[in-house]
Design a protein around this ligand. Sequence first.
Ligand code: J2J
Length: 550
Amino acid sequence: MHSNDAHARLPLAQTWPAARVARYRAAGYWRGETLPGLLRARAEAHPDDLAVIGGEVRLTYAQLWQYAGRIGAGLLARGLRPGDRVVVQLGNTADFIAVVFGLFRAGLIPVYALPAHRFTEVSHVLDKAQANAYIASAQYEGFDYRTLARELQAARPALQHVLISGDGEEFTSVASLDGDTATLPPDPDPQSVAFLQLSGGSTGLSKLIPRTHDDYLYSVRASNEICAINRSTVYMVALPAAHNFPMSSPGFLGALYAGARVVLSAGPGPDVAFPLIAREQVTCVGLVPPLALLWAQAAPTSAHDLSSLKVMQVGGAKLVPEAARRVVDGLGCQLQQVFGMAEGLVNYTRLHDAEDIVLGTQGRPISPDDEVLVLDDHGHPVAPGEVGHLLTRGPYTIGAYHNDPGANARSFTEDGFYRTGDRVQQLPGGYLVVQGRAGDHINRAGEKISAEEIEDHLLAHSAVFDAAVVSIPDPYLGERSCAFVIAQGEAPTAAQLKAWVRGRGVAAFKVPDQVVFVPAFGTTAVGKISRRELRAQLRDHHLQQTGEPR
Ligand code: J2J
């Protein structure tokens, strides 16, 4: 697993059956475009237009293209080879975009980690992707990634290259990379894997999602049409740029595709974002529901002029109709709901949709060739309008995770449908209303947390006999995490267990918001019940006792 021998590495691929490939090409979805190709075209067409604004850094398309070339060539000069996988953990800075395009230009494969990830998650993706390089911010949101890089290098001999954006200390800094751009390979095969995105993950650790140039750029281009992105758009990345939503729906890639401007906000709150909106005349932004509500609350009394903002997209977690109404009233701009997933399928409410659709649904699929099934527990289609399991396949939805036969067997049907784990209702016109999900993850303000992963961390504590982690409806976060714990021996406190989970080197958003000690998991069912049923019972019992709404 840790070998750097390219021959020992699992190949990266994402394939569709030949008939579907032919159909998607004939329909004009897959056009043979590539990520490096798109940036080259824009840099040639409009070299002096501003492309990226991050902090004090402002890059034109020509400058972004050149800087990305220096980064790509510099990495090859340091011994990386096209096809190598590079874990990228950068904050919302101009370097995020320059680095990923540097990797694309060099034929290197970005593997996106979130800034919130810590040793456990980053080492997992390094192993799973068989990466030999890591590029991180020096510091971001108060955390020093050079310290993490040292820990990773000590534990992972396969990690041969560490690059740092900012002051690299003993590591090479991104800004110092240089090389001969003549050494950069030709543009990649549009059907090849461009990068590995992370799954929200309902069981265990994140799975890796291989996306191809052609499939991803189709979703980006079609998103641009739906979201009316054009050269005069100013798109703000307020959520972490590594998230699939601000990357591609339409995201910073949509903005770059259109030759528009990307503004990266170092934080998602009104304090950081509002002055930037006013200064840069931002027209479009994507947020998760809790942040959208926070912005809507702050906007009416803000000293900053937010009138440039035309469209606010909200997605990543359910925006209930009352909250949608508050967002519209507070911000006075157009609301667009987005229900997407890094595996593929993305739904949008359309800009001209009637208000009840915009407030009350999560939109409809991008593509006429997005196939959507809504099935009951036995795999039969539900009656129209009934709630069921959402399955999908189409021109930008994957058919397999990378390096994960177990997950592939669970997550995909034999005829290639992806089991999203979401429970939805399909309305006339194909509009979907998300009604929860079957899987056992917690959707905490758009960050997905696997119950199983956190249970494993708790069970590693000697005073924990058993643990079950569930989602509890939360007025601010949408859902919060609650760990039910049966203690053994000397009983720990809730604070100790939270500190324990944090000490296991995981993202802070995964630390249980609440710990409830119980003497036993009093199950009413006879015999052995599944973890899923157990979690549901504990949740229901707890909500009954506290009288909280479900
Ligand atoms: C309810 N649940 C939602 C919504 C996502 C665009 C937008 C979001 C994501 C994303 C994305 C939801 N209402 N509006 O990749 O391109 C939940 C569902 C879904 C899971 C996917 C994009 N929007 N969800 O959130 O891969 O449960 O992608 O299956 O992080 O988030 O999570 P993720």
